[in-house]
Ligand binder design. Sequence first.
Ligand SMILES: [Zn+2]
Ligand SMILES: [Zn+2]
Length: 458
Amino acid sequence: MQFVNLTRKVEIGANCYCLTAAGKNIVLDCGMHPKADGEEALPNLDLLGEDAVDAVFLSHAHHDHLGSLPVLMRRQRRASVLMTDATRRLSDIMLHNSVNVMCKKREDDGVTAYPLFTHRDVESGAKRWQSCPLRHPCSLEGERLRLGEKEDVTFELFEAGHILGSAGVLIRAEGKAVFYSGDVNFEDQSISRAARFPEEPVDVMIIETTRGDRATPPGFTREAEEARFAQALRTRLERGAAVLIPLFALGKTQEMLAMLHKFRRKGRLPIVPVYIGGLSTKLTEIYDKLASSSPRHQPELQLLHSVAPFVLAGRAAGETPIGRGKIYGLSSGMMTEKTLSNGFARRMLGSPEQALFFVGYADPDSPAGKIKAARPGDKITLDPAFAPQELRCDVEEFNFSAHASRESILAYINRIAPKKIILVHGDPAAVEWFRQTLSQSLPGSEVICPEPGVRFEI
Ligand SMILES: [Zn+2]
Ligand SMILES: [Zn+2]
């Protein structure tokens, strides 16, 4: 068995790995780098060769796991692509949106390599996407195996608790069990319930390390964080502030809507207008459609009906007047240039009566990361096309991460005690914390930080 890391650097970046087992090449995720542009944003797909891939597993529909899939599929014409049914529906929306974003970047910023794929590439590729059930062994082609049926390589998907449809995969081949986590959360969120990962022995575990560089503050509980968030929202809205909450369109937006619904129901929050973007709305429709058939909390909750958010879509969305006492839950989560959250922030940053609430991770180099690191009065450039602005609005941070804490990931690895542990999806400091901690807690296991582009035996 062999493994190669197809990302270009050790970082959160564009997730993509290849496992070779029983003579089959299996690609695990095929993401696009959120910060890089053009070909640089792709994983190192040249290392795979033409038509050499047998199957692709997609852990979930976030851009950093999915974004390069159509490019891969163009070169790998016989590969089947396996994922959950929810991921299949969400991926379709995400990839078509991605084509639109790339076309706009070509127009606005002159990135001539864009679009890296077209709407037609997405449509033709989607014909090879297979939905697999959770906790049922499937063949490489995505067919359910009958009891006693044997295959050289089998896939079994396990709920990962990160967003709707997210799953890890247990691959059995050559008498070994290899488990790839994708992005995981071992704690309950408002909608997503905690991961239900395999508890049986695993020989090789490939696991994400996103939060490896941050210890959970002592005494932290999600419940207390929710109470603090509800209180903060209430005080700002009561004094007439508009509250901007930058959110990822997929996952964070729906969790936030569910949380706002709960606050309203418990009387912790007045009923005020909530605004979300067009992409977020389409994705929320899938959450609602699959509410009773997907594993989650509150299967009866229809977000678009119960929270009734207003939708900001179309070219004029960015110029919508900002109203008093309203909540704007807009993407992107990191406030990337030219997105709704970036445009709204530019109009709010200088006024002390407005509020900006962060609820999750932001890359330190992103506009959201810059605001988080700044102090009141600091000059901030949210978009290089505009002059720097003084930070005057009210900024608060809350932690509702969709990723597992490092303590809970460590506890899972220690419990399973795989012979080999491959650390992925983390910045160098995060990976290093896991490497050091695991070498002490599991001295009999081999801990591997896979160097990009280097194929090795596992
Ligand atoms: Zn994710
Ligand atoms: Zn990720």
